[in-house]
Design a protein around this ligand. Sequence first.
Ligand code: PTJ
Length: 255
Amino acid sequence: MTTIPKSHPRAKSLVLRESLVKGFEQGLVATEGLLAQGRGEAFDYLIGEKTNFEAKKAIKAAAAVLLLAKNPIISVNGNFVALCSKEIIRFSKISKAKIEINLFYDDGSRRKRIAKFLKSKGAKVILGHDIKHLTKIPKLKSNRGRVDKRGISSADVVLVPLEDGDRTSFLKKLGKTVITFDLNPLSRTAQTADITVVDNISRGFDELINTYMKLSKRNMNELENIIQNFDNKTNLANSIMSINKNLRRRARKLA
Ligand code: PTJ
């Protein structure tokens, strides 16, 4: 592992990159997960590497939805675990949300390694790694269709971060509310989710936990109001406009 000086202008993003590489070496992250990280880094650069106004708005709506959920699930893949294991476990302890492993590149053993890793860090219950509890989302052909009967299969709200795919549209057809974090506002998941947070999960998930704690003091009507006043299509369009504005500002500086 290389040592990154804290004064390095891109220190934070380099630390995240190292977390991914470490996760890969530990057998938690798929080889393709390293490519996904690069794709995310490029978009993070375009959004200015900070949690912007639109992301905060989506996070507030996501926190309200999670507070009102009856059976919320945090769906975790290799990248999410490598970047946010501490936060995933913390959130599962302060909320009703259960953790479920859901992988695209499923080699049969990574689910078990991820479960063991999260348990070693203090997670109590991990779903999605015991074959006897798994079922299939009808017609969803990829490995993402393999879900836990006690988890995603019976959930009302599913947090699906860091994923570009068609699982979200299948989950929605089953009546579930889907929240995603995706740095790419144009990914299939970003475009089909009910709430899309265009932000780096390593920044935004902390913000979600803090917002969840703050909103936990609000009553049901106030939470419902927050949800009703949020429109994902408008917010997603504004997120794209915000990238556009950033780029124009940078271009003007050059001209
Ligand atoms: O562990 P597995 O087998 O489930 O595989 C995980 C990956 C991430 C490889 C897989 O699920 C996948 O979908 O990869 P994609 O197709 O590259 O999509 C990942 C999406 O996440 C892209 O839209 C990226 O822009 C976005 N992304 C990458 N890093 C981050 C991110 N979004 C938020 N925070 C990040 N740190």
